[in-house]
Design a protein around this ligand. Sequence first.
Ligand code: PGA
Length: 243
Amino acid sequence: MKYIIASNWKANFTLQEAIDWFEKVTSYIEKLHSSNIRVIAAVPYPYIHHLSTNFTTLDVFSQNISHVEGGAYTGEVTISMLKSINFKGSIVGHSERRHIFNETNEIINKKILLLQKNSLESILCVGETLDERKQGRTKQTIQQQISEALRGVTNFELITIAYEPVWAIGTGIPIDINDLIEMEKFIREFVLREYNWQAKILYGGSVDKGFIREIIQKTTLDGALIGSASWNPFNFIDIIGNL
Ligand code: PGA
């Protein structure tokens, strides 16, 4: 089985720090000679071109993409811009986009359809808030986020789901492993029933070197989406080394 380990840089790094991170991580991956790990780095827009041109061992993703194809939309970064600078795909619907920038499932759906139309990959993030979990609405929330984001999608090959409970992101406290096992089962069964799709599913939310081992040993997830613990290249290397 091939594990996907994705680093989400969020709004961090200068260009020099970005290059330094890539140098360290790629030289480690190259020495590993492992064909069962795929490493993705979701980096800020301005660095995509330089990184994807100079380093080919990792797959460079964006963290977001515009829902419009172009035109009078000041400040938007469109799919054709990104395609012209050589990237593999984008994270879509990250909880910070949903909650800070008010992204709706409808907007997220537009982004996924654009990526699909251009044969590019999407990592679709879904996750419940603490309130939703406390009210027993976790599964309902996830089901709604997935079905609204995937409306009109017919080819699922280029989509990966990242289950990221909002309350576990950036808190240092990941989900309880038994709850994760239950959520993985729920998502797998839902997408199989709904779309006849054997989805690749990642977990995200305070993954560190210890939790990645638990994921590998106790779940059948396809990997992880990692934020803060991946920003230091040596920490990230340690996480990969613990797979
Ligand atoms: P975290 O972030 O690992 O810092 O919790 C994960 C994410 O936001 O994707």
